[in-house]
Each structure stands twice: as C-alpha cells, then as structure tokens.
Unconditional design. Structure first.
Length: 182
C-alpha cells in the first residue's frame, strides 16, 4: 500500500494541480461587472482596430496588384517593339538612298530580314516550316489542299506560308499541301 504524504489525510483524494492555476471564471467573478465590461470593451476595441488594419492592408494589396496587372498589359509589347525599331530604321535608310542598284537593295533587304528574324527569335516567336514528308499536325499546320503524290498519306508535301509559334502557342499555323491517301 502506498504511503500517504505527510500533509494529506488518509483516504483523502490526491491533490490537484488545478489549485496552482488561477480560475479565470473566479477571477472575473472577483472583479466588478464594471471592470469586466471595461476589459471587454478594451479587448473589443483592440480587435476592431486589428480587423480594420487587416482589411485596409488587404485592400491596398489588391489595388497594387490591379495596378501592376494594368501596367503589365499596357506595356507588354514594349520589349517586342524595342527589338523591332532597328528593322524600321533599316527600312527607312533603304528608302532614303537615291539611285540604289538592285544589288544594293537586295543586300539591304537580306540584312533587314536577318534583323527581323533576330528580333522575332529574341521575343520567342518561332517559325513553323515543316520539311516535306513531315507528318501533318493539325495543331500547327493548316492543310490547304491534298495532292496525289508518291509519298506517305497525311504528310506535308510543301509549305505555302510559314506559320509561327509564340511561347509554345500557335500564333499562325503553317499553310501546307498534304499528300492524299492512295
């Protein structure tokens, strides 16, 4: 049998540690109703202030996000336009030359085309120009006509107009002729 502690009467219940912690209900009962009301009003005021601050912060965050999205939409083409300016400059310079030979115009046109291709590449605009014999892909190609040829059916025979992708999305499908089934 266990030995009772010295201060504990035999058969008395075990001491509770709850006596060490103050009972909040008893503390509230010990204070006057006016004091309790003042405490609750102060707590309410604190909570209302915190709520209003959080609400204002959320509203400011939403407004800033909307402004940033608006600016992003408005200036989305800024980089693209900036990369096209040298192409425009080259075309204007070519038109300003009086008495240019056909060879000079041809050379300038090729240089301008290279500038344009570089600007498009920099902005993730990729050509779709499938070689002959490539399987027809309706997601990237648009068949203009089917022609009877000696190659596998539903494959590209010729590209009539190149297509373009921008960031893996088809900007314009390539216009192609396709081999007809035999």
């Amino acid at each position: 049998m266990e030995k009772p502690e010295e201060n504990q009467a035999p058969g008395a219940p075990e001491p509770s540690f709850a006596a060490d912690t103050p009972d909040l209900n008893n503390a509230a009962a010990a204070s006057t109703p006016e004091q309790r009301l003042a405490e609750l009003e102060a707590k309410h005021s604190e909570m209302a202030d915190a709520y209003l601050r959080a609400k204002a912060e959320a509203e400011n965050t939403r407004r800033r996000a909307e402004e940033e999205m608006s600016k992003a939409r408005k200036f989305a083409v800024e980089g693209f336009a900036d990369s096209l300016l040298p192409v425009k400059d080259s075309l204007e310079a070519a038109l300003a030359i009086e008495g240019a030979t056909v060879e000079q115009l041809r050379e300038g046109t090729h240089a301008t085309l290279r500038q344009l291709a570089t600007a498009l590449e920099r902005n993730k605009v990729i050509e779709i120009s499938p070689p002959a014999g490539t399987k027809f892909d309706p997601h990237q190609h648009q068949a203009i006509t089917m022609v009877p040829v000696e190659q596998e059916a539903n494959t590209v025979v010729a590209v009539l107009q190149k297509g373009y992708l921008i960031a893996d999305r088809v900007l314009r499908p390539a216009l192609v002729t396709v081999a007809a089934p035999k």
